[in-house]
Design a protein around this ligand. Structure first.
Ligand SMILES: C[S@@+](CC[C@H](N)C(=O)[O-])C[C@H]1O[C@@H](n2cnc3c(N)ncnc32)[C@H](O)[C@@H]1O
Ligand SMILES: [Zn+2]
Length: 400
């Protein structure tokens, strides 16, 4: 009998052996069809989230460097993420990998054994909120909490912060992009207490709403949560926030929370803090516009962290090749600039032929404005130039 057959009998569902990063682990047998729903498996596993796990590993290596850390993964599925943290960072001396599903819990224990990490990995079978909320009352908090649900992390966020120790980090995934991108504004309002409408830069709005929600949630319980690394890839977005105690620090971060109003008619982009008057009439063309927010207006990534992550990724390209591409794109991007413009949006407003984003970026820089590409859309550019200048550049390039 093979290892898989033996464990399948024990577990009561069929499993297969898989390899990812430095881990070998069992997952339920995956259907052949590419777009199966991982939530329909006896225990959750999505091979398409490898990049999310790669990035989390690289983030821990870059952020904590030589510090020994403890980790909590309250929604762990097969446990592969936690196991990879142990095997690939050499920083983790204890992980609590938890899942509410009995099947997942059994798999986590088996997978820990398969990778010889049982001495550093404890499995539990609780509700994530129950586990996290109980931290701090005689139970040690963690240096890193990774909230990785299928859907929105909103309902786990406050307790996630309760599980965070001094000078820790919380990482969170959201896969409910239809709410965050403005396709379902009331879902966004319900879950994130933020109003989202469609804009040409809706992917960035998603990241900023999630980051802003993390900042506001932590502030409520007296913690400062500063976004240090964020990205969005296909069906999910992720934020990593640095967590430290202090009401004053939390209030300072709240000053970076605000609103964006975008005018689709004249391209004007208004950015304003929560304490300012809402902008719902465009000052340039007097169109009615819909504010989006509250959201995070500050920088979305620390350049220093991206560089360190990239350095680690390049050392083991065979594992982290896809992460290298993403990190290189992020390094090009100025995440302190708010929003981005896909070139076809502007071309259709101006009724001119499309121009290449790189040419726009080059010309805007020549004129003294900040302009970069974005990992969120290869056909777009980010800039702090006003609409008149963007239009001037487009008309000039289209006539060339
Ligand atoms: C997206 S999967 C986790 C994937 C995993 N982090 C990885 O990287 O492979 C989400 C998991 O959360 C579990 N879950 C759902 N609700 C939960 C709850 N209230 N408490 C704990 N786990 C829960 C599900 O059983 C599922 O295994
Ligand atoms: Zn306008």
């Amino acid at each position: 009998m093979t290892v898989e057959e033996d464990y399948s009998r024990q577990l009561g569902f069929t499993v297969e052996l898989r390899y990812e990063g430095k881990a070998r682990f069992l997952s339920p047998v995956l259907p052949n069809s590419k777009d199966f729903a991982p939530t329909s498996l006896p225990a959750f596993f999505n091979p398409a989230s490898k990049l999310s796990r790669d990035i989390a590993v690289l983030f821990l290596k870059a952020y904590f460097e030589n510090r020994e850390i403890t980790v909590c993964e309250p929604l762990a599925g097969t446990g592969v993420r936690s196991i990879r943290f142990i095997l690939e960072t050499n920083l983790v001396n204890y992980v609590l990998a938890n899942d509410i599903s009995r099947n997942a819990y059994q798999l986590i224990k088996i997978n820990a054994k398969l990778n010889n990490v049982e001495d550093r990995l404890e499995a539990s079978n609780l509700d994530a909120n129950e586990l996290l909320a109980a931290r701090g009352r005689g139970r040690p908090r963690f240096d890193y909490v990774d909230i990785d649900p299928a859907g929105s992390p909103a309902k786990y966020m406050e307790n996630g912060f309760r599980g965070c120790g001094k000078n820790s980090v919380l990482g969170a995934t959201a896969t409910d992009l239809s709410a965050l991108t403005g396709a379902k504004p009331f879902s966004c309002l319900r879950k994130y207490d933020s109003y989202s409408v469609k804009t040409p830069f809706l992917k960035e709005v998603s990241i900023r709403i999630l980051a802003g929600f993390a900042v506001r949630t932590a502030a409520r319980i007296g913690l400062a949560a500063e976004p240090v690394f964020t990205f969005l890839k296909s069906y999910y977005t992720r934020v990593f926030v640095k967590v430290s105690p202090g009401i004053d620090k939390a209030k300072k971060l709240l000053r970076e929370i605000g609103w964006i109003s975008y005018c689709p008619r004249c391209l004007a982009l208004y950015v304003y803090r929560t304490s300012d008057t809402p902008i719902s009439i465009c000052k340039r063309c007097l169109s009615t516009i819909h504010p989006v927010g509250p959201l995070w207006l500050g920088r979305l990534c620390s350049e220093e962290i991206i560089k360190k992550m990239l350095n680690y990724a390049n050392r083991e390209h065979e594992i982290y090749g896809e992460a290298v591409n993403l990190l290189e794109q992020l390094l090009e991007e100025d995440t302190s600039i708010i929003g981005y413009y896909p070139v076809n949006v502007i071309s259709s407003i101006l009724k001119v032929r499309p121009v290449k984003p790189n040419n726009v970026i080059e010309e805007l820089r020549e004129k003294g404005y900040r302009a970069t590409s974005t990992h969120l859309d290869p056909s777009a550019f980010k800039t702090d130039a006003p609409p008149e200048i963007i239009k001037e550049v487009f008309l000039h390039l289209a006539r060339k």
